[in-house]
Design a protein around this ligand. Structure first.
Ligand code: NDP
Ligand code: GDR
Length: 373
């Protein structure tokens, strides 16, 4: 008998990789997607199967983590063996603008899913994964951060995720549910949302290379992050639900780099060498050398990166570095894709998209840059 999984946030970066991964393992995969006025399933369109075919294994349900009756009905219909709660307002900076919505979806959303499982008396059948985050460590109390490091959240997003973390632990302890937290450090991919820092860099510099934009405006370049690849991290989400007893795990690479370093790598993948000068709000990145012809629109001497204070956060998480020892020792998990290779993969994809965009522009189809195609 194949297993059945339900993924909230199936249309997001992780949801799309996880759905692929579970389908490859023979699962029936159900996903909750939000209704939007435009299609929002681009990341999963390639695995979509026509339900009329009779043997489709990917099933989509409209829903929302703010809607208790919807979640309860979908879980009742699906009777999942595994629930992956990946849905969230996941942008830290946005959470300062929309703190109440973020709390409702990211904190109470997790409670709603757990409570639906309990209400439907599925506690013994359904295993629950909560997408917890390294943002819980915030103002770090220990370096590197591990499962026992105290939390100190620094944003409405992180505070909401703190509730979700503890309610997951609580349902495990109170009701004997198989419920666990993956405390995941930043993970990226060509499918990363365009406003997270790595994708903003690879997409922005690729657009500049082709002449679609002139300058990349950035926030805090000194931030240090432990970046991995989403494909490696969803494998670990599944592994966590296959153990005998539920536990929480830190998922990280154990290596950190600055935002500025990531910009250097992306530029290098386009044949550009940058030099940074100035400080804080006045820092700029200038092209000091160029090789190859991947960036025809850029000349030596061009300033293509500028710091813009509007991207500074009211409270910043300056440094994150994870210790994945427990995941390695207990589950045998090791990340396979390095951050440097991941950056090259992201630049290659974004450059192709920029070239397609420029070609359409050349033929009179002037699409707005925000439009995906
Ligand atoms: P994304 O932002 O790419 O995806 C989030 C998904 O949640 C999207 O499909 C989104 O739908 C959906 N969603 C948003 N609001 C709601 C809602 N109210 N009801 C139902 N679904 C909703 O995030 P990632 O894939 O990168 O991350 C997955 C999870 O892991 C998130 O919970 C995130 O907070 C957490 N996390 C991510 C890390 C990372 O580095 N990527 C690290 C640690 C934790 P739509 O497409 O319609 O917007
Ligand atoms: P983060 O990711 O906040 O760590 O949350 P993000 O990529 O947004 O920022 C990482 C660091 O880069 C700095 N930064 C900028 N960030 C953005 N978005 N845009 C900029 O222009 C910019 N300039 C500098 C930020 O200040 C920050 O220090 C991500 C999300 O996926 C969360 O959902 C997840 O929980 C954590 O990772 C782990």
């Amino acid at each position: 008998m194949s297993k059945t999984a339900l993924i909230t946030g199936i249309g997001g970066q992780d949801g799309s990789y996880l759905a692929e991964f579970l389908l490859e393992r023979g699962y029936q995969v159900h996903g909750i997607k939000r209704r939007a006025s435009l299609f929002n399933t681009q990341r999963i369109d390639h695995i979509y199967e026509d339900p009329h075919s009779g043997n489709a294994r990917l099933h989509l349900h409209y829903g929302d983590l703010s809607d208790t009756s919807n979640l309860t009905r979908v879980i009742s219909e699906v009777q999942p063996d595994e629930v992956y709660n990946l849905g969230a307002q996941s942008h830290v900076a946005v959470s300062f603008e929309a703190p109440e919505y973020t709390a409702d979806v990211d904190a109470i959303g997790a409670l709603r899913v757990l409570e639906a499982i309990r209400f439907l008396k599925l506690e013994k059948k359904t295993r629950f994964y909560q997408a917890s985050t390294s943002e819980l460590y915030g103002l770090v109390q220990e370096i590197p951060q591990r499962e026992t490091t105290p939390f100190y959240p620094r944003s409405p997003y992180a505070v909401a995720k703190l509730y979700a973390y503890w309610i997951t632990v609580n349902y495990r302890e109170a009701y004997g549910m198989y419920a666990c937290n993956g405390i995941l450090f930043n993970h990226e991919s060509p499918r990363r949302g365009e406003t997270f820092v790595t994708r903003k860099i690879t997409r922005g510099l690729s657009n500049i290379a082709i002449g679609l934009e002139r300058c990349l405006y950035m926030g805090n370049l000194d931030s240090l992050r432990d970046w991995g690849h989403a494909r490696d991290y969803v494998r670990m989400q599944w592994m966590m639900l296959q153990q005998e007893t539920p536990e929480d795990f830190v998922i990280a690479t154990g290596v950190q780099h600055s935002v500025r370093q990531f910009i250097h790598w992306a530029a290098e993948d386009l044949g550009l060498t940058l030099e940074f000068s100035g400080e804080g709000e006045n820092e700029i990145g200038r092209v000091v050398a160029k090789s190859g012809n991947l960036a025809p629109a850029v000349n030596v001497g061009d300033v293509i990166v500028q710091v813009d204070a509007r991207y500074f956060r009211p409270a910043e998480v300056e440094t994150l570095l994870g210790d994945p020892t427990k995941a390695k020792e207990k589950l045998g998990w090791v990340p396979e894709i390095s951050v440097r290779d991941m950056c090259a993969e992201m630049v290659a994809e974004d450059l192709k998209a920029a070239q397609r965009h420029a070609l359409l522009n050349k033929h009179g189809l002037h699409l707005p840059l925000s439009m995906e195609f």
